[in-house]
Design a protein around this ligand. Structure first.
Ligand SMILES: Nc1ncnc2c1ncn2[C@@H]1O[C@H](COP(=O)(O)OP(=O)(O)OP(=O)(O)O)[C@@H](O)[C@H]1O
Length: 349
């Protein structure tokens, strides 16, 4: 299944003018507050009627110059930031409001909420309530699932609890999922494709790893970094070795079992460079490589791509340091990764 969205709409001085295609899986709409993310998904849901637009889902036209399907004729599941459930009613009653569906059991299992049916919404954790809200959206058998910052109201522990369920939806539902988010960690973990919106326009799109690895990243210069696939190795003295293409990386104990595949996020600002192999350093991870590109990444800073065994790692240093060290492409270099910055919140499957 796939959808195409192309919208132009004016709110006073703000103009939304953006188009994209989304396939099965998660497409993230990413950008700062006021960029137009919610307006985009509201237009998909039919809650906003854009001045001009064309929206198609598979072969069905939801909007074009002569058509505008009202919201109830669009097969969308919409999950709002705050869930919008009826707090005084049970989970079962809340779900019934969406109507019954033959695959109900499978959806409840997929979200891990089957055992919560008799509980009142008010007695659920924030994460459980959001899973119920997603369940309610799915029970209408939508062609497209819209998630508007579904995790933003949750604390870190609840976020961690719900993320695997959203990953299951991504992997098992055969429909496009549009995820509105301004959290890089979330997008990096969940999305196959990121659409970066700024002031109503698309400024970049692509796989999160590719966008983050671009010097001065279009997802925000402060976010530039590396998403590095790895495999969990042995744990010794509280440190787990992750084997990556760029070399082994040590992390404070990782709970995933040896052999488990995961990805590390290494923010460019947490990587230092040394022209000689450092000795007597508290940082544990020193990767040998050579310099690929050196690109200006904002006022007084450069992003240096270090190629380690063919794998690029991004380092953010001051332009002054780059000059002082005499860095140039092709030069042998050591990337020093401060292991303390690789917390478990940045390690995910
Ligand atoms: N109904 C409306 N009337 C007038 N202006 C609106 C309306 N809805 C949205 N806007 C404006 O359109 C712009 C985009 O808003 P939108 O909510 O789509 O952004 P967003 O990226 O989702 O932001 P946030 O992350 O804060 O939710 C903002 O400048 C907002 O003030």
């Amino acid at each position: 299944m796939s959808m195409t969205v192309d919208i132009r709409h004016r709110f006073g001085t703000f103009t939304l003018d953006a188009g994209f295609e989304a396939d099965t899986g998660v497409t993230a709409l990413f950008g700062p507050s006021g960029a137009g993310k919610t307006s985009m998904i509201n237009a998909v849901a039919g809650l906003l009627r854009p001045d001009r637009g064309r929206i198609t889902v598979d072969s069905a036209v939801w909007q074009d110059d002569t058509t505008f399907l009202p919201p109830h004729k669009r097969r969308v599941g919409y999950v709002f930031q705050d869930g919008r459930l009826f707090p005084h009613l049970s989970v079962a009653r809340n779900l019934r409001f969406a109507g019954l569906h033959a695959e109900e059991g499978a959806i409840l299992d997929m979200l891990g909420i089957a055992h919560l049916m008799d509980r009142r919404i008010a007695a659920l954790s924030g994460g459980e309530a959001q899973r119920v809200a997603i369940g309610r959206a799915l029970l209408s058998d939508p062609k497209v699932l819209l998630l508007d910052e579904p995790l933003s109201a949750l604390d870190a522990a609840r976020k961690a609890e719900i993320l695997p369920y959203i990953e299951r939806l991504r992997d098992e539902l055969r429909i496009p999922i549009l995820l509105v988010s301004h959290a890089v960690e979330e997008v990096a973990r969940l999305a196959q494709t990121v659409i970066v919106l700024d002031q109503g326009r698309i400024t970049a799109s692509g796989a999160p790893a590719a966008l983050l690895a671009e010097p001065g990243s279009p997802m925000g210069p402060a976010e530039a970094g590396t998403l590095l696939p790895g495999t969990v190795g042995p744990t010794e003295q509280g440190l787990t070795r992750i084997d990556t293409g760029a070399g082994p990386i040590l992390l404070p104990e990782v709970t995933a079992a040896p052999g488990h595949a995961l990805r590390l996020r290494i923010p460019a600002r947490d990587v230092m460079l040394a022209t000689q192999k450092p000795e007597g350093l508290s940082a544990l991870n020193i990767l040998a490589g050579h310099i690929g590109t050196i690109t200006a990444a904002g006022a007084g800073v450069v992003d240096v791509q270090v190629i380690c065994n063919g794998v690029p790692i991004l380092a953010r240093i001051t332009a002054q340091s780059a000059g002082r060290l005499g860095l140039c492409p092709g030069q042998p270099i050591y990337a020093v990764v401060k292991s303390v910055t690789l917390g478990l919140d940045q390690v995910f499957a």
